[in-house]
Write a protein that binds this ligand. Structure first.
Ligand code: DC
Length: 247
């Protein structure tokens, strides 16, 4: 058991992962890592360089030649691609859709896997994504799978995008969410799904405080469980994935 936990928070788009993860990381004094931003960073460069994502060799070369960094500034994660701060450009619906497409390409996942493991290597991290509890950190000490109804997620994403000044409507935003759910959960490698040992939280009708309260209760329980488990060599590492969601 790491002295400071890795807390994996997976789930589909719009489930409230970012708000809950940021709040939880502040409460615990842990770092916060939004792994979706890394896929969005690749998607941003794909768009900038006009890369055909069906051409895997070209995409692979691009990935290998791309420097991606993240930095926490006042609790907000900033993303840098080849030294340029792209944080404000990666949150558009278009980049969201491209990131969902590029995330099914093996060379992209391979490149970002190393990076994500590096960020979490010392523990003390709340890491959100789609495959954190199943692939990136199957040995995470606490795993959550956050979901909500597709209508609720569409509404939340619509409000968020409107708030950022994007010209969107509720219907299209909900349709985009459905498409991304499909892409993300149906891909062959590291699909979106709950790890066998993840705690599933339905955030429909819950605010971020309510979600974080449930998570903190579970984390305290995990700490107690793992204390009695410390000397065992089998620490319950599970990478299984038994539930598929939102198909
Ligand atoms: O969380 P997000 O909406 O910013 O993620 C953008 C896309 O990146 C998402 O549609 C799928 C992909 N993604 C992934 O495949 N694995 C992760 N751990 C995080 C994101």
């Amino acid at each position: 058991m790491r002295e400071k936990f890795i807390i994996a928070i997976d789930g589909p788009s719009g489930a409230g992962k970012s708000t809950a993860s940021k709040l939880l990381s502040k409460r615990l004094g842990y770092i916060y890592v939004d792994t979706g931003a890394l896929y969005r960073a690749i998607a941003w460069k794909v768009k900038e360089k006009n890369i055909d994502i069906k051409n895997e060799a070209m995409l692979n070369n691009m990935c290998e030649a791309t420097d991606i960094k993240i930095k926490l500034v006042d609790g907000e994660q900033k993303v840098y691609v080849d030294g340029a701060d792209v944080s404000n450009f990666i949150r558009t619906p278009e980049i969201g859709m491209i990131s969902s497409s590029v995330s099914s390409v093996p060379c992209v996942r391979k490149r970002l896997l190393e990076l994500q493991r590096y960020f979490g290597k010392d523990g003390g991290a709340v890491i959100e994504g789609r495959d954190i509890g199943t692939v990136v950190f199957p040995d995470a000490e606490a795993k959550f799978f956050l979901s909500a109804s597709v209508e609720e997620r569409g509404r939340r994403r619509y409000i968020e995008l409107k708030g950022k000044g994007h010209d969107v409507n509720l219907e299209d935003t909900t349709e985009d969410i459905k498409k991304r759910d499909y892409n993300d959960s149906k891909r062959n490698i590291a699909p979106l799904c709950a790890a066998d040992d993840a705690i599933v939280i339905d955030s429909t009708g819950l605010d971020a405080e309510g979600v974080v309260k449930k998570m903190l209760n579970e984390i305290v329980k995990r700490q107690d469980e793992l204390k009695g488990f410390k000397d065992s060599s089998d620490q319950g590492v599970k990478a299984g994935c038994s539930m598929l969601f939102f198909i």
